[in-house]
Each structure stands twice: as structure tokens, then as C-alpha cells.
Design a protein around this ligand. Structure first.
Ligand code: ATP
Ligand code: MG
Length: 269
């Protein structure tokens, strides 16, 4: 989708970030809502290497969003803790960004202004215009920089949200079903582009999804969160980049393998 190799090469690495490594260590995370609520997460342990792309898959209500909010420092677990780059997570940080199903753009700002919001809040004025241009090229929106975001399609709006997320050079992207509202073609293009962008920038990526094919398309590893809040399967996805498309026989084999496994361990496939 994006053919901006020369632009990729110019993009700065994580020079301004406070933590160069962004490995994620989730240890004994347990959560329930309210005083007497049922357990949502029950002693979740998960180690994610810096630069790894992990899909967190599970049925509706299995606790995926809860876990992602805890990793992001937006929710305090009842027990256990999360470390990112060796630092214990206590609150949100500029070193990681969460992206949701809805792009949450400001309708009175154009594409470039929305993209630069995080830079503005962080007080990063020097070089902001060049950085905005670079990330818009990376998400294939360079031609639409001056466009009002209300005039964009849903997929283009999600691209703006992605550009805004990566503009501040976070080391970790947490994606909570960001493609689920999009049609299948837009979705496939974004899935490919997000994987390529994460690899280009060396980002660690945690992607919440219901969709086994999405996990296989995007991730290096798929982790199943079963009801009751336990991880019941943790599987590497070893497809080559060339095979990460739905027409590939190996892709289909991998989807079938995971669906069979998930239906055995969680009645989900
Ligand atoms: N703020 C809240 N207050 C009380 N219960 C909540 C709250 N948020 C989530 N829950 C409950 O916690 C459980 C896990 O919810 P969570 O949103 O983490 O699931 P999920 O796996 O992300 O589901 P989905 O795939 O539908 O997004 C559910 O039973 C849900 O009803
Ligand atoms: Mg959710």
C-alpha cells in the first residue's frame, strides 16, 4: 500500500524516548471490577520481547481490553504488576500509545494538525512539521495533509490516528481492535501497513482481536485469553512475509491450526 522506502530511511529512530527497550513483562496480573465482582483476569503472566508483534485473542468478555488498559497504566490491577522496558507501569507514559476502534480525531482540525497533536502536547515544536510529513508519508496520507478529517473515509481516519500515535516515537503500540469497524479490503491494507510500520520503526506491538486471520496476518505470536482471565495458549506464528496474505496455502493452514487449537482449549475457533 505504502511505497515510501526513501521516507522510511529518513525517519528518526527513538532518539527522544526515555526507554530504548520496550519489552513488556506482565506478572501475576489479577483484576475484578468493584468489590465483589467476578474475576476478570486471574494471575496473567506474559513476557513480550522488544520489537515483537503479539496478538491477544479471545472471546468477547474474556478480559482483553481490561488487560490492555492495565498494560497502558490506565487501570490499576487488583494484584500483580506490569513492567515496560524495565520500568514498573504506574500511569500512562509517552513511551507507549493505545489505539482504539474509534479514531477519536478533532473534526475542526485538518489531517496534519490532528497528526501533530501528541507532539504539541509533548511540547515538541522543533522539527514537528517535518515529523508530521514523514509519518503521513509512512501511513500513505501525504497527499491529504490539508484535508479536513471529516471528509475522510473510516480507513483514512484510522490512518490519521495511527500517524498521530507514531509521531511521538513511542516504543510500544497497544491496539484494541482498531480495524473492526472497517470493511475487509480497507482492513487488510491497514493490517499489512501496521505490521510493516511496526517493523520499520522497531515498535513492540500488542494487538487485541477476535479474529484468528487477523492474528495470523499481523503477529509473530498469538496468545489466547480464555474466559476466567487465564492465558491458555501461546503460539508462535512463523509465516514468511510473502505468505502473510489470505491466498497463501501456508496462511490458510496456519489459520486452521490456530482455529482448531482455540476450539479445543476454549470452544472458540
Ligand atoms: N468498567 C467496568 N465495570 C464493570 N465491569 C466491567 C467494566 N469493564 C469491563 N467489565 C467486565 O469485565 C469483563 C471483561 O471485559 P473486557 O472489556 O476486558 O473484555 P474484552 O475481552 O475486551 O471483550 P470485547 O471483545 O467484547 O471487547 C466483562 O465481563 C465486562 O463486562
Ligand atoms: Mg474489548
Amino acid at each position: 500500500m505504502v511505497k515510501s522506502d526513501s521516507t522510511d530511511a529518513r525517519l528518526p529512530r527513538r532518539s527522544g524516548a526515555t526507554t530504548a527497550r520496550t519489552d513488556v513483562s506482565i506478572r501475576g496480573v489479577t483484576h475484578a471490577y468493584g468489590h465483589a465482582g467476578p474475576p476478570v483476569l486471574s494471575g496473567v503472566d506474559l513476557e513480550i520481547a522488544s520489537g515483537e508483534i503479539v496478538a491477544l485473542i479471545g472471546r468477547s468478555g474474556s478480559g482483553k481490553s481490561t488487560l490492555l488498559h492495565i498494560v497502558a497504566g490506565l487501570l490499576k490491577p487488583k494484584d500483580g504488576a506490569v513492567w515496560i522496558g524495565g520500568q514498573r507501569v504506574q500511569k500512562p507514559s509517552a513511551d507507549w500509545v493505545m489505539m482504539f476502534q474509534s479514531p477519536s480525531l478533532f473534526p475542526w482540525m485538518n489531517v496534519a494538525q490532528n497528526t501533530g497533536l501528541g507532539l504539541r502536547y509533548a511540547g515538541q515544536r522543533a522539527g514537528a512539521a517535518a515529523r508530521i510529513a514523514e509519518v503521513l508519508a509512512l501511513v500513505d496520507l501525504a497527499a491529504l495533509a490539508d484535508r479536513n478529517v471529516q471528509d475522510l473515509s473510516g480507513g483514512q481516519q484510522q490512518r490519521v490516528a495511527l500517524a498521530r500515535s507514531i509521531a511521538t516515537e513511542p516504543g510500544l503500540l497497544l491496539l484494541d481492535e482498531p480495524f473492526s469497524a472497517l470493511d475487509i479490503f480497507t482492513r487488510r491494507a491497514l493490517q499489512n501497513d501496521v505490521r510493516r510500520i511496526a517493523q520499520t520503526l522497531g515498535l513492540t506491538l500488542v494487538l487485541v482481536t477476535h479474529d484468528v486471520a487477523e492474528a495470523v496476518q499481523m503477529a509473530d505470536r498469538s496468545v489466547l485469553l480464555a474466559e476466567g482471565g487465564r492465558i491458555t495458549a501461546d503460539t508462535p506464528i512463523t509465516l514468511t512475509e510473502a505468505d502473510r496474505h489470505t491466498h497463501s496455502r501456508d496462511f490458510q493452514k496456519e489459520v486452521t491450526r490456530l482455529r482448531t487449537l482455540y476450539s479445543e482449549v476454549a470452544g472458540m475457533g
